[in-house]
Design a protein around this ligand. Structure first.
Ligand SMILES: *Cc1c(COP(=O)(O)O)cnc(C)c1O
Ligand code: SF4
Length: 342
C-alpha cells in the first residue's frame, strides 16, 4: 500500500521527462572497464568481460546502471548485462538461430510464423544488450525496414488480409526516432484489416525517458488497438521513473503486458517471480509470458531445467491470483505457437 501511494504522489509531482533520450542512449556504458569501475567490481573480471564483449558488445544505459547495487557481483540486474567467461564456452545444443527465425522469413524483416500475426524486425539496435538475448546472432544487416524494403513490407501486409496484428520488434523498435516510428504507425494504420499494433520493447524499462510526449500523443491518435509488451525480468528493474513512464503509456491507451525470460541467477526463485508479478501489477502491467531460455550460443549458463521451471510455477500459482501468473512457454522452430510448459 505504501509503495502504491508513493507512486501516485510521484505521478502528480514529477513531470514527464521527455528531452534528449537519444543523447542518454548514446551515453550508455560500453566499456567493460568503466562498468567495473562504476560499480566497484573486481578487476579480475575484466579480461573475460572484454573478450565476451567482442562477440556481443556491452551496453548499459546509466539509468539502468543506477539500479544495480555497487559491489554485488550477484546482483540480478548486473547479471543480465555483465559479459562473463561462461559466454565463451561452446555448449552442445546452443546455436545461432535457436527459434527458427531464418525459416520463418517471409521477406526482408518479415517473420510470419503464427496465424494472424506478423512480426517485423524494425531495427537491429537496442538500448541495452542483454547477455541471454536470443537474437544476439541475428543477421540484422540483411533485415531492417528501410526505404524500398518498407514498401515491400506494406505490400505483403496489404495482400495478406488474414493478418490482424502487426508486431514491431527488433532489436528494439523504440530505439527508432519518434518521426520514423510515427511514419511506420501511420502506414500500418491505413491498412484496414490490421486491428492491433503490438510493440515489443524494453526501452521503457531501461531508458524510461524514451516515453516522450510525442510518442504518447501518437498512441492517443492511433486507430488500431495498441499493445505494448515490455520486458522486465526482476522487480528491481521498475523504479519510480519506469513506473511513471508505464503509467503514462497506460493513460495513452496502450494495453501493457510483460514478457520475462526465466534466468538462472536472476529470477529463478518463487519469491523473485512473485515479487515481479506484484510489482508489474502495481504499475498497470499484466504478466504475459515467462519464456524458457532460447538456446542461443553464449547463454547456456542462464538455463533453468524444465522440471525446476515447472516447480517454480507451482510455487507462484500457490501464492498469487491466477491473473498474476505468467504462462511458462518455450519457442520451438516450426511450431504453430509458443508451447506451454506447465
Ligand atoms: C512470439 C512471436 C509472435 C507472437 O506470439 P504471441 O503468442 O501472439 O505472443 C509472433 N511472431 C513471431 C515470429 C514470434 O516469435
Ligand atoms: S532488449 Fe530484447 S532484443 Fe534487445 S538485447 Fe535485450 S533481449 Fe535482446
Amino acid at each position: 500500500m505504501k509503495s502504491m501511494k508513493a507512486d501516485m504522489i510521484t505521478r502528480n509531482a514529477v513531470p514527464l521527462q521527455t528531452e534528449n533520450w537519444q543523447k542518454r542512449q548514446a551515453e550508455a556504458v560500453r566499456d567493460p572497464a568503466e562498468l567495473l569501475e562504476l560499480l566497484g567490481l573486481p578487476r579480475q573480471l575484466l579480461p573475460a568481460a572484454k573478450q565476451a564483449a567482442r562477440e556481443f558488445g556491452l551496453r548499459v544505459p546509466r539509468e539502468y546502471l543506477s539500479r544495480i547495487t555497487p559491489g554485488d557481483i550477484h546482483d540480478p540486474l548486473l547479471r543480465q548485462v555483465l559479459p562473463l567467461a561462461e559466454e565463451l564456452y561452446a555448449q552442445p545444443g546452443f546455436g545461432t538461430d535457436p527459434v527458427g527465425d531464418a525459416a520463418a522469413r517471409a521477406g526482408a524483416g518479415i517473420l510470419h510464423k503464427y496465424h494472424g500475426r506478423v512480426l517485423l524486425i524494425t531495427t537491429g539496435a537496442c538500448g541495452i544488450h542483454c547477455r541471454y538475448c536470443f537474437r544476439r546472432h541475428y543477421p540484422y544487416q540483411q533485415d531492417s525496414l528501410l526505404g524500398q524494403q518498407w514498401q515491400q513490407t506494406l505490400s505483403y501486409l496489404e495482400s495478406n488480409t488474414d493478418v490482424e496484428e502487426v508486431i514491431l520488434s527488433g532489436g528494439d523498435p523504440l530505439s527508432l526516432s519518434d518521426d520514423r516510428l510515427s511514419r511506420i504507425i501511420s502506414d500500418l494504420d491505413a491498412i484496414p484489416h490490421l486491428k492491433r499494433l503490438r510493440i515489443h520493447s524494453r526501452q521503457p524499462i531501461v531508458l524510461p525517458q524514451r516515453v516522450t510526449s510525442a510518442l504518447l500523443a501518437r498512441f492517443e491518435q492511433i486507430r488500431m488497438q495498441a499493445i505494448m509488451v515490455v520486458h522486465v525480468n526482476h522487480a528491481r528493474e521498475i523504479d519510480v521513473e519506469v513506473s511513471t513512464a508505464l503509467r503514462h503509456l497506460n493513460q495513452a491507451g496502450c494495453v501493457l503486458l510483460n514478457q520475462s525470460v526465466l534466468l538462472a541467477g536472476v529470477n529463478d526463485t518463487v519469491e523473485s517471480l512473485v515479487d515481479l508479478s506484484r510489482r508489474l501489477f502495481e504499475t498497470g502491467v499484466m504478466p504475459y509470458y515467462l519464456h524458457q531460455l532460447d538456446r542461443v550460443a553464449g547463454a547456456a549458463h542462464f538455463e533453468v531445467e524444465d522440471q525446476h521451471a515447472r516447480s517454480l510455477m507451482e510455487g507462484v500459482r500457490a501464492q498469487l491470483p491466477g491473473y498474476l501468473v505468467p504462462r511458462l512457454v518455450r519457442e520451438h522452430s516450426g511450431a504453430a505457437n509458443k508451447l506451454p510448459l506447465d
